[in-house]
Structure formats: structure tokens, C-alpha cells
Design a protein around this ligand. Structure first.
Ligand SMILES: O=C(O)C1=C[C@@H](OP(=O)(O)O)[C@@H](O)[C@H](O)C1
Ligand SMILES: C=C(OP(=O)(O)O)C(=O)O
Length: 434
């Protein structure tokens, strides 16, 4: 955990979070969803025929997925790159082993690619950032082992040697929904298909499993999710698609939050009507915190009154929104309680500890609970907001900085995990203030 108040020698200077000069008035177009992009690329690599993924996100996590799939033999050719994303032509090839894969800090790479590696013709080794070695991997690696793979460790770094026959497996996915999604995404390619049973405390981030199931069905895979906590994927071909990625609704969170913080209005174009992205819950969460949320012809519009209401909310289903909601709670005029997110201690950093530490460092009053945070109103003052290599910590610091002069976010470049353009987009949003 970083504690220095000034950047280490050679490190980039802290990012002075801009204070909003007035109510924001902006339209903010978000690039593609990380979760949809990385599923779409992986399913395209496992498909029978060439396909395409349009308006795919370009970011560290997406680049790591592209590099992983290329290492395994898939051909990916980029065309039409714009600030909104890149179009990929994907040609599946036989999966080759004898390669090493860097997962960075990407949950979608470290959990989704090992089951694919078990289909390769030789061993595939995995490693990632220092903190990635601390992120939970045990349940999915144990499941792959039970299905027939050889794996030499229960955390990164590890090597996967197939083949896997498939069949039925029981695991505890309470640490991450990605344990289930990762297995299901490759399951149709296992000879016996796959049945995954969850046994343990509730699975978090369920909309992300719904996203996996929906995208598999759209690729012609038969999936039965009729029994709670059990998923069955029939063996069979994965059909090639021409898929266009939706905007990343979770990354819309800090921008929409800016409307509440400044009493302004932010519109996010192309907000989907029907989506499995958990970020869609922002509509109800921001309304509960005092925003006025409406669909306009262009997309989703959120306006703030200048007052933020505290909230008592279980974020288990949409835990990746916790940093933004906590940042808003730190600026609210009443107390807030966030519960149901014990597992985010295993996200990019221990987000419960990190949010409490950074809000309190600015003079706030945030307490950790086992499964969340209690945040009480208290005037904040400027200081360094550490990001712990966590993109959503960095953007939470930016949200607080809108209202609190002198906030400096350490390592704003870490937003490159899912939104490399964040500093430019934030400045552009504020360019429309007044
Ligand atoms: O499958 C996915 O794309 C994701 C699932 C969720 O993980 P957890 O279930 O670990 O929360 C989410 O928080 C993460 O950002 C993306
Ligand atoms: C938890 C997150 O990411 P990952 O996909 O690395 O788990 C996140 O983006 O909030």
C-alpha cells in the first residue's frame, strides 16, 4: 500500500483532480465494455469460422486478451480504429501450447483464458502483475483440475496442461463470478460439455454471469441456467458472429456521478435498452442518491440538484460500481452504508480497505465492515488520493476532486486498464461547465 505523499523518484507526477468550476453540462461517449469485449474476443477465437468484433474496447485489459489469444494461435486483425474503439477480424486457428501468457491485473484474462488453454496442444503458463498473484484463482483452477487438466499451483503463476474432458464440477464462486463465467465460456468445446454447480455463500456480480450465458446463446451454444447456482453448457460448435460492443456502462459511473456532484447534467449516448451490464443499475442508484435520471433520444441523461443523498445499498450484484458510489457517499449530506461486497477485497486491490483509507486521508469518515463500508458526512480537504493500481480507485478520486479543491490522484495512468482516455475525457466533460 502506497503511503508517500509525493511521487517516488521517476514516477509520474500526481494528477491534480480538476475542481468543477460550475455545474457540468456534457455529453460523454463511452468506449466499449471491457466485459463484453473480452468475452466477444474469446468466443470468436473458439468459434468455428472467422467473425468480427466491432467497436471493441482498446485498453490494457483488452490488449492483454488480444495478446493472450494471439499467443494461443488466433489471428486478430484490427481495422477502423477510432476513439470509440477498434474493429477486430478474428480467425480461429487450432489452439497451440508451449506459450506464456501475461494476464496483467485483468480478472477477465486470468479467469477466462486458462479454460481455453486447457484445449491447447501443449502446456500454457500464466503470470501477471505482482498484485495479480494475490487475486483468487483457487476455485477455477481446482475445477479445471477436477475436469482433467494438470495445473501446478493454486494462484498465479501457474501452468495449465490439457486436455479436459468436461463433465460436472462443483466450486465455490463466492469470491468472483468470473470463476463461473470462465468455465462456461469454454465449456461447449469440452467433449462432455460442462455442468458447473456453485456451493457456498452467494455468487457476486450475477449480471456478469447472465452476460456470459446470453453471449453463449447468441453464439448458438445451448445453456441451461434454470436451476439457481447450476449452469449446464452442452457440447457443440460456437458460431462465428459479427458483434458490436455496447458502451461500458460501469465506466459511465464517474461521469454520471459528476452530474450529481456539480448539480449539472451529463448525457451518455447509446445507453442500451436491454443489457446484461451491471452498470445499468446506475439508473436506480443515482436516482436513489438524488439524481434525476431520464432516457432521452440520444441516450441516458442524469441531472443533479447539487445535493447528494446518502444511500443504504447492497451492491453484491454490481460490485464494480462500489468505488464511484463510495465517492458520492463521501460527498453526501447523510450517512451511507454499502453492503454485500466482501469479495471486492479481492479485486484490483482490497477496495474496501483502500476506499476507507483514501476517504479518511482527505478528512472523511469511512469505516470498513466485513462486507462493505459505512460512510458518514464530514467536510473533506485536499490531499493525495492513492489509486493502488486500481482504475476505479483513480476515478473515485477524480469524482471527489470535483468538489474538494487540492485532491491529487496518484497514478491516474492506471485508468488505462479499461479507459485510457479518462483524463482527456474528464477534461472535455469539464470544458462544458458553467
Ligand atoms: O465477468 C466480468 O467481466 C466481470 C465480473 C465481475 O467480477 P467479480 O465477480 O469478481 O466481481 C466484475 O466486478 C468485473 O469487473 C468484470
Ligand atoms: C473488478 C474489476 O476488474 P477485473 O475484470 O480485473 O476483475 C473491475 O473492473 O472493477
Amino acid at each position: 500500500m502506497a503511503s508517500a505523499q509525493t511521487p517516488a523518484p521517476g514516477a509520474a507526477p500526481h494528477w491534480p483532480a480538476p475542481t468543477a468550476p460550475g455545474p457540468v453540462r456534457a455529453t460523454v461517449r463511452l468506449p466499449g465494455s471491457k466485459s463484453v469485449t473480452n468475452r466477444a474476443l474469446l468466443l470468436a477465437a473458439l468459434a468455428e469460422d472467422p467473425g468480427s468484433v466491432r467497436l471493441a474496447l482498446r485498453s490494457r485489459d483488452a490488449d492483454l486478451m488480444v495478446a493472450a489469444l494471439r499467443s494461443l494461435g488466433t489471428e486478430l486483425t484490427a481495422s477502423g480504429e477510432t476513439p470509440s474503439g477498434v474493429d477486430w477480424a478474428v480467425t480461429p486457428r487450432p489452439l497451440r501450447g508451449g506459450v506464456s501468457i501475461d494476464v496483467g491485473l485483468a480478472g477477465t484474462v486470468m479467469r477466462f483464458v486458462p479454460p481455453v488453454a486447457a484445449l491447447a496442444d501443449g502446456p500454457v503458463s500464466f503470470d501477471g502483475d505482482a498484485h495479480a498473484r494475490k487475486r483468487p484463482m483457487g476455485p477455477i483452477l481446482g475445477a479445471l483440475r477436477a475436469l482433467g487438466a494438470e495445473i501446478d499451483n493454486d494462484a498465479l503463476p501457474f501452468t495449465v496442461r490439457g486436455p479436459v474432458a468436461g463433465g460436472e464440477v462443483v466450486l465455490d464462486a463466492s469470491v468472483s463470478s468470473q470463476m463461473v463465467s470462465g468455465l462456461l465460456l469454454a465449456g461447449a468445446r469440452f467433449d462432455k460439455g460442462l455442468t458447473v454447480r456453485h456451493d457456498g455463500p452467494p455468487v457476486p456480480s450475477m449480471p456478469h454471469i447472465e452476460m456470459t450465458v446470453r453471449m453463449l446463446r447468441q453464439a448458438g451454444v445451448e445453456v441451461d441456467d434454470g436451476v439457481p447456482d447450476v449452469w449446464r453448457v452442452e457440447p457443440g460448435p460456437i458460431l462465428a458472429r459479427d458483434l458490436t460492443v455496447e458502451p461500458d456502462l460501469s465506466n459511465a459511473a464517474p461521469f454520471l456521478a459528476a452530474a450529481l456532484v456539480t448539480g449539472g447534467t451529463v448525457v451518455v449516448p447509446d445507453w442500451p435498452e436491454d443489457t446484461t451490464q451491471g452498470g445499468d443499475r446506475l439508473r436506480e442508484l443515482l436516482a436513489a442518491m438524488g439524481g434525476s435520471v431520464t432516457r432521452v433520444p440520444e441516450g441516458l441523461q442524469v441531472s443533479g440538484s447539487g445535493r447528494i443523498q446518502g444511500i443504504d445499498v447492497d451492491l453484491r450484484d454490481v460490485s464494480e460500481l462500489t468505488p464511484t458510489i463510495a465517492a458520492l457517499a463521501a460527498l453526501a449530506d447523510g450517512p451511507s452504508r454499502i453492503s454485500g461486497v466482501a469479495h471486492i477485497r479481492g479485486h484490483e486491490t482490497d477496495r474496501i480497505a483502500a476506499l476507507a483509507a483514501e476517504i479518511n486521508r482527505l478528512g472523511g469518515d469511512a469505516g470498513e465492515t466485513d462486507d462493505g463500508l459505512v460512510i458518514r458526512p464530514r467536510p473533506l480537504s485536499g490531499g493525495v488520493f492513492h489509486s493502488y493500481a486500481d482504475h476505479r480507485m483513480a476515478t473515485a478520486g477524480a469524482v471527489i476532486g470535483l468538489a474538494v479543491p487540492g485532491v491529487e490522484v496518484e497514478d491516474i495512468a492506471t485508468t488505462g486498464k479499461t479507459l485510457p482516455e479518462f483524463p482527456r475525457m474528464w477534461a472535455a466533460m469539464l470544458g462544458g461547465t458553467g
